[in-house]
Design a protein around this ligand. Structure first.
Ligand code: PRX
Length: 645
């Protein structure tokens, strides 16, 4: 890649930035040279403790072990709500913008307190206790945040399942975490379309006999099927509850939530985060990476069903006492100007979205942007996938009027919070680079032999020391966590991403180096899509790889072999695509299906995905060695009929 030009920090921004260049260097040095002192101070500055900690951290990365502030005790909602009541009870905590531009609502910290306490009391009345898992399957409405916080209030562990997942995916997640209670809504509304959440829950629960209670928020009021022994309405149930609920003070290392994410193999895994370390890092990164100032309005466009929504719609902003905007809709409804209309309407100061949205809006034309004012914006951010320099430049010049720094934040469900990102007042920006590590984060690049690359170079991105919001486990399968993240390179956390480091120490994330896809910033395992495709009775075998897609970042390319006697047809193609949607969710629909008479396999029967990736990307001159294949002619056949030319 040619070196792109550097964008200096806009002068007006530097003057008021929380962290300047010298601060970054000094604080970063302290954070890695003396992490005990650094983190002890941050934990005292950022969090309210009911019982102060005396031990800062312990780590043994070879076993995936870490513990932070372990003898301290606190409650997340005391930090996110109660402690703000003295000074900002009437300030907006959650600013909700509905799918319909006429729908919006401002929820003050005082109201948030009451809503969360009532729901917490309802959960308790239903028998939910500390440590119990609660599944949340909700649209982007304030009740989703109330539900997460109500769990945290009583020490229950939430497992939010993205509302775009199918009943089958929901069922898997409910069973895996052994959730006994589900919180949902009658329907979700996105881009004018209705999503039948309650009906999806009903279908999922036919296989989940342990779920005894479903709390249903009335979002649209459509008639829904009702199991009167199991289902209760949210509004009427919380109305009878007390508006005060004493917080459960939990240990720093008690679990806060489980969030399922895809890996290279097998079913999605329940990534577990604990209380204090997660909250500290979500809050600290929120404040420093977004340069958050008292009174500002922050908007993260993610769904609360993803880690980005957990950390930067709910926990980080609320713990910092900010006003966080929650948007129910989509960027293109009623038209492609919606984001910027909302920015103007609510005077948004910092805006955080995914490259896929930027690319889609860029394609719609500049007028949708330039006809809006956007003068409230001070900072822009991106997350979820590498951003191509063209999209970065458009975001910077057209959306941000070349006034607003862009923070390109690299992190993962497992890291809980930003790991590599510009601090906007401290470093110049390079379009396409996530810049430098956050405090306490020590990235390294390893070569093919697992040796650290010094200075400039490209390799496998790993992290050398633990950090407060590091993954603490995979629910129900500790060994899988060790195998996935801590065994590939013993002593390091393995990210699964590749990266390049340039001469200025800036990191350029090159994307996943394992069998994980990143489709529109959504993470999917190739194995999950393959499992869905082979459920069809005509399918003998399937292999799925990613390929570059102009809007989605990566598209899904599936090679499908049919059982003998079955012929390809358009109807079968549609059926297979639908199967992926019903098994996983619409995001898992393959973009391309190529009928493959055979797949390239080694003599021991292993599918050589490297070759399939090259065919899918149309990179035929770098196919590499095919001589070890059991039948090299398979490759010629696939090339001759490839679908992406
Ligand atoms: O490949 C990286 C990509 O998204 C993966 C993590 O996905 P997930 O756990 O769903 O979390 C997404 C939101 C944090 C990473 O392994 N990724 C995330 N942010 C970036 C990125 N790739 C490049 N640049 C980023 N800023």
């Amino acid at each position: 890649m040619s070196e792109v030009h550097t964008r200096p920090i806009p002068a007006a921004f530097i003057e008021n930035a929380l962290i300047g260049a010298d601060d970054y260097e000094r604080m970063y040095r302290q954070s890695v040279e003396n992490p005990e002192a650094f983190w002890a101070q941050q934990a005292k500055d950022f969090l309210h403790w009911d019982q102060p900690f005396t031990r800062v951290f312990h780590e043994d990365l070879s076993r995936g072990d870490t513990a932070w502030f372990a003898d301290g005790a606190l409650n997340v909602t005391v930090n996110c709500i109660d402690r703000h009541l003295a000074n900002r009870a009437d300030q907006t905590a959650i600013l909700w913008e509905g799918d319909d531009p006429a729908d919006n609502q401002a929820i003050s910290y005082r109201t948030l307190y009451e809503k969360v306490c009532r729901l917490a009391n309802l959960l308790k009345a239903q028998g939910v206790k500390k440590g119990d898992r609660v599944c949340i399957y909700m649209p982007m409405i304030p009740e989703a945040a109330y539900a997460m916080l109500a769990c945290a209030r009583i020490g229950a562990v939430h497992s939010v399942v993205f509302g775009g997942f199918s009943p089958a995916s929901l069922k898997d997640r409910i069973l895996d975490a052994d959730c006994r209670l589900v919180i949902t809504a009658d329907e979700g509304v996105r881009g004018g379309k209705h999503i039948p959440l309650k009906a999806n829950v009903d279908r999922a629960l036919t296989d989940c006999p342990e779920v005894r209670r479903v709390i249903v928020v009335k979002r649209t009021g459509v008639p829904v099927d009702w199991d009167s022994k199991r289902d209760i309405w949210y509004a009427e149930s919380v109305a009878g509850m007390d508006s005060e609920c004493a917080p459960e003070i939990v240990h720093a290392e008690d679990p806060l939530f489980i969030l399922y994410t895809s890996g290279s193999t097998g079913k999605p895994k329940g990534v577990m985060h604990t209380t204090a370390g997660y909250l500290l890092m979500a809050t600290m990164t929120f404040k420093y990476v977004f340069d958050y100032k008292e009174g500002e309005v922050f908007w993260c466009t993610a769904d609360v069903g993803w880690i980005t929504g957990h950390s930067y719609i709910v926990y980080g902003p609320l713990c910092a006492g900010a006003s966080t905007l929650m948007f129910e809709g989509v960027p293109t409804y009623p038209d492609a100007s919606r984001f910027w209309q909302v920015v103007d309407k609510h005077k948004v100061n910092a805006f955080y979205t995914a490259p896929t949205a930027i690319r889609a809006l860029m394609g719609a034309g500049d007028d949708f942007v330039t006809k809006t004012d956007r003068s409230s914006l001070r900072l822009l951010g991106t997350v979820g996938e590498p951003i191509n320099p063209e999209a970065w430049e458009w975001y910077y010049t057209v959306v941000g009027d070349a006034r607003c720094p862009i923070v390109d934040t690299w992190w993962q469900t497992e890291t809980g919070a930003h790991m590599i990102s510009p601090l906007p007042g401290a470093m110049a920006l390079k379009p396409g680079s996530a810049a430098r590590p956050f405090f306490g984060v020590q990235p390294a690049l390893l070569d093919g032999d697992g040796k650290e690359i010094e200075g400039q170079g490209e390799g496998s991105l790993v992290i050398k020391r633990s950090w407060p919001s590091m993954i603490r486990g995979i629910y129900g399968d500790r060994q899988r966590m060790i195998d996935t993240y801590f065994s590939t390179y013993p002593g390091y956390y393995f990210t699964g991403d590749g990266a390049r480091r340039d001469g200025d120490g800036y990191y350029w994330i090159t994307g996943r180096i394992d069998d994980v896809l990143n489709v529109s910033g959504h993470r999917l395992g190739t194995a999950e899509v393959e499992s869905a495709l082979v459920l069809h009775e005509d399918t003998a075998e399937a292999a799925v790889v990613g390929y570059p897609h102009p809007v989605k970042g990566q598209g899904i390319y599936a090679f499908v072999t049919l059982k003998s006697g079955h012929a390809p047809s358009e109807a079968l193609r549609r059926a297979l695509i639908d199967l992926c949607a019903t098994e996983i969710g619409p995001i898992a629909k393959p973009d391309i299906i190529q009928w493959a008479p055979g797949l390239p396999k080694t003599r021991s029967g292993k599918i050589m995905r490297r070759i399939l990736r090259k065919i899918a990307c149309n990179a035929l001159d770098s196919l590499g060695d095919t001589s070890t294949l059991a039948d090299p002619s398979v490759v010629d056949e696939l090339i001759a009929h490839r679908e992406n030319r």
